[in-house]
Design a binder for this molecule. Structure first.
Ligand SMILES: *[C@@H]1O[C@H](CO)[C@@H](O)[C@H](O)[C@H]1NC(C)=O
Ligand SMILES: *[C@@H]1O[C@H](CO)[C@@H](O)[C@H](O)[C@H]1NC(C)=O
Ligand SMILES: *[C@@H]1O[C@H](CO)[C@@H](O)[C@H](O)[C@H]1NC(C)=O
Ligand SMILES: *[C@@H]1O[C@H](CO)[C@@H](O)[C@H](O)[C@H]1NC(C)=O
Length: 438
């Protein structure tokens, strides 16, 4: 265990013995000992300077040495967490570092994180305060990582132009970063996403944040790939190396309403079969019908991670998620391969149904999935996956409970290579042809 982990564990046990029942919340940990870990959900992760950073979300943990859940079930995580990627580790024993934050009220669920890997920084905006507790005025925050798994928080000064008070911060938008630009498509604004807000509305348009100029933009026509249709709960993934500017693939989610409050489960939804993608610079958009083992819809709250081969193929890993219409979480995972636009179903993930986890591509060809739960109440059911850290090797197509810092470069799995051998690449493509032609 890292020294600071040990110190906080000691402090926690001191507090636990000196506090009376009813105030046990103060002794909760953002990183409980692996044996006390129950569930982490609704966090976001990104990779900076060879470390995974995990931001926000909530944690459920056992009372030390017993199997009863300690404190309020949905306790927000108050520090930024990090895990090194420069060395191999096992899910059951890796030490997760907790970095305290200098601001109050920076503990939120489902933050929008925009990653500027070149700068070693991420920006944080949006997300929601659980129960609407301790809300503050909207800001764009910046976390700058050091090389040791630590870093510093600050408030970003925005360029003149669109001001934060002209935007509706929301949650459940489709978020990605292109290296130059942070993107959020749609989402929904609720009384828990913005101080003083009284209603819930799904958002149309797309917000971009320019890492260099620090300018925020929001456009609908000829800007968002969905025009002025509100989109809630979709996922986006940037793929570099396609066309001049790369493309952003968008999948899943629901068609929102701007006129009245409707539960997400009652809204129309986007079929996983039909993916939309766009050029983040020109904003030109296409849609494409996919084939193969198409994931069931509706689907939101799933996680994605992208991998590219040196031959110019791209694969997007898609894991789990929630069906709001039928109130069930999925226990499945897929790979969408481009340019074939074909889905391949992966072996059933261990650990059961999983939604509202967060995924990152790590160590050449592995996915790290952090946290997640089944239905809402399952936040109280201990995760079979130690510390909620589940890995997947994209080339061998195997689930793992350890991270390998020395894997070879990414290559498509054999099942995917076989598919391309058997088919003419562009035979099933229409609109997508042009984007992938160069
Ligand atoms: C985070 O801080 C809040 C407010 O002080 C507290 O209620 C909550 O228990 C803390 N979370 C953890 C995991 O300690
Ligand atoms: C990996 O980075 C950590 C800092 O997060 C450092 O303490 C450790 O020594 C490094 N390990 C190797 C094998 O370089
Ligand atoms: C972006 O603009 C559209 C159209 O004016 C508006 O409905 C939407 O709420 C805006 N998005 C955000 C995040 O403010
Ligand atoms: C696919 O989705 C796009 C964007 O929502 C839509 O314009 C298009 O009509 C859909 N295509 C089919 C075949 O459903």
């Amino acid at each position: 265990m890292a020294p600071q982990g040990l110190a906080s564990a000691l402090l926690a046990s001191l507090l636990a013995t000196s506090l009376t029942a009813g105030t046990v919340d103060a002794a909760l940990l953002d990183v409980p000992a692996p044996k006390n870990y129950v569930r982490r959900a609704l966090a976001r992760a990104t990779v900076l300077n060879n470390h995974v950073y995990i931001e926000g979300g909530q944690i459920t943990q056992f009372e030390d040495g017993s199997r009863s859940v300690r404190g309020r079930v949905e306790n927000q995580v108050n520090s930024t967490l990090s895990i090194p990627l420069n060395q191999s580790w096992k899910s059951e024993s890796v030490a997760i570092r907790a970095i305290p934050k200098p601001f109050e009220s920076l503990a939120r669920n489902r933050w929008y994180l925009w990653t500027d890997a070149k700068e070693g920084a991420f920006y944080a905006w949006g997300g929601y305060w659980p129960f609407g507790l301790g809300m503050v005025t909207d800001e764009v925050y910046k976390f700058t990582a050091d090389n040791q798994g630590g870093g510093e928080w600050g408030v970003e000064t925005l360029a003149n132009g669109l001001r934060l008070d002209q935007l509706s911060p929301g949650e459940a938008g489709a978020v990605t970063s292109t290296g130059k630009l942070g993107i959020v498509i749609g989402g929904q604004a609720t009384p828990w996403t913005q101080l003083g807000r009284e209603n819930t509305r799904q958002l149309s348009g797309m917000v971009t944040f320019d890492f260099e100029s620090k300018a925020l933009m929001n456009g609908t026509q000829r800007f968002s790939p969905f025009g002025n249709t509100p989109v809630v709960g979709a996922s986006a993934e940037f793929i570099s190396g396609v066309g001049d500017n790369g493309i952003v693939m968008v999948m899943g989610g629901h068609v929102g309403r701007t006129d009245k409050e409707v539960p997400v489960g009652e809204m129309d939804f986007f079929e996983m079969r039909n993916v939309t993608f766009f050029d983040p610079v020109t904003k030109e958009a296409w849609s494409q019908i996919t084939t193969g083992d198409v994931p069931v819809s509706p689907r939101m709250g799933f996680c994605t991670a992208a991998f590219s081969t040196k031959e110019g193929g791209h694969e997007i890993f898609v894991f789990g998620g929630h069906n709001e219409r039928d109130k069930l979480a999925y226990e499945d995972a897929y790979v969408l391969s481009l340019p074939g636009f074909v889905w391949t179903k992966l072996p059933t993930p261990p650990g059961g149904r999983r939604a509202y986890q967060t995924c990152v591509a790590v160590g050449n060809r592995q996915v790290l999935s952090v946290g997640g739960r089944g239905n809402e109440g399952e936040i109280m059911i201990a995760d079979e996956i130690p510390q909620g850290l589940l890995l997947f090797d994209m080339t061998s197509m195997e689930w793992k409970l350890e991270y390998d810092a020395k894997t070879a470069a990414y290559e498509s799995a054999n099942a995917i290579k076989e598919w391309y051998k058997k088919r003419y690449l562009f035979s099933s493509m229409h609109g997508a042809k042009r984007a992938f032609a160069n």
